[in-house]
Design a protein around this ligand. Structure first.
Ligand code: PBG
Length: 329
């Protein structure tokens, strides 16, 4: 007589059957995008560990090249670049300077590794003296429409330097359309825009702001980044960016927002990228270093969850380690 319950263990009985029925493919090297922080400095041997992100560094151009060399040898296929300029001002002029730090880094990497896929983060906060992602009024309000031409100029200068893809992370309204139009006018019709369409005002970005020296000097980013309590708004943002011409979308942070990732996956048809942000990285590292968790296993499980939720690409600070240890091929 057969019992009245579900024998789920039949298909978990051995590794062979588990491999046969697993729905979500394991992580692949081509899913991973590794972030790098590049510093504009004359000291070509500059390399500084980010205290809140053990194992991650601010790097001079020379050190970036060394770091990427090791990673490429281990199988890294894609990077996303963040710049830390020597000088900041109220127009973020370093963001779109012909010889700005990101533009130079793109030229270096593409010259040395033409097949490495180079994505650039398009934002102004690292280049603004006040650390906000747009132009600020004397009263401290972030202006939307006057910021758009600066973002468009930044994206065009990255693409002109050879970036394969631009990723606007500022959360100004209308920036995807502005960037798409500017790229097209410059003849850069084949450069895709992967927008941070769904970016929450998250405390998980804390360590990044040390890494990129981009903490806002006053106030916070809640007037432009999304409220963590909102899910339906994420679908509006995602659909708006697709309508404006985004080729792919980012959901960020990733781990605490997997429900959002899944809903966005079901709502639009462009490829999705999950951004496992600095705070997510730091927490896993810290627990791992203390021996409280099996760090490698948790790393892989956290990223598998993102794929299961609907991400294809993943921006993660673990990319280098996963490849180096052969955990992903
Ligand atoms: C720039 C930007 C931020 C991150 C990516 N692009 C910081 C912010 O919005 O304050 C966060 C990435 C991370 O935490 O790893 N606007």
């Amino acid at each position: 007589m057969s019992p009245h319950f579900h024998r789920g263990r039949r298909l978990r009985w051995n590794a062979q059957v588990r491999d046969m029925v697993r729905e979500t493919a394991p992580l692949l090297a081509e899913d991973l995008i590794m972030p790098y922080f590049v510093v504009e400095t004359d000291d070509q041997s500059f390399r500084k560990e980010i205290s809140a992100m053990p194992g991650q560094y601010q790097l001079s151009l020379g050190e970036l090249e060394k770091q990427v060399e090791r990673a490429v040898d281990n199988g890294l296929k894609a990077v996303i670049l963040f710049g830390i300029p020597a000088q900041k001002d109220e127009q973020a002029s370093g963001a779109y300077a012909e010889n700005g730090i990101v533009q130079e880094a793109v030229r270096r990497l593409k010259h040395r590794w033409p097949d490495l896929y180079v994505v650039t983060d398009v934002c102004l906060c690292e280049y603004m003296s006040h650390g906000h992602c747009g132009i600020l009024t004397p009263g401290g309000a972030v202006l939307n429409d006057p910021t758009l031409p600066l973002l468009a100029k930044t994206a065009v200068s990255h693409a002109a330097a050879g970036a394969d893809m631009v990723a606007p992370s500022d959360m100004m309204d209308g920036r995807v359309a502005a960037i798409r139009a500017a790229l097209d006018e410059s003849g850069l019709i084949m450069t895709p825009v992967m927008s941070y369409a769904v970016k929450y005002a998250s405390s998980f970005y804390g360590p990044f702001r040390e890494a990129a020296e981009s903490a806002p000097a006053c106030g916070d980013r809640k007037s432009y980044q999304m409220d963590p309590g909102n899910a339906r708004e994420a679908l509006i943002e995602a659909q708006a960016d697709v309508a404006e011409g985004a080729d792919a979308l980012i959901v960020k942070p990733a781990g605490p927002y997997l429900d959002i990732l899944r809903q966005v996956r079901d709502a639009v048809n462009v490829p999705l990228c999950a951004y496992q942000v600095s705070g997510e990285y730091s927490m896993i590292r810290a627990a791992g270093r203390n021996g409280w968790i099996n760090e490698e296993a948790v790393m892989l499980e956290s990223l598998l969850g993102m794929k299961r939720a609907g991400a294809k690409m993943i921006i993660t600070y673990f990319s280098e380690i996963l490849l180096e240890k052969g955990l992903v091929r």
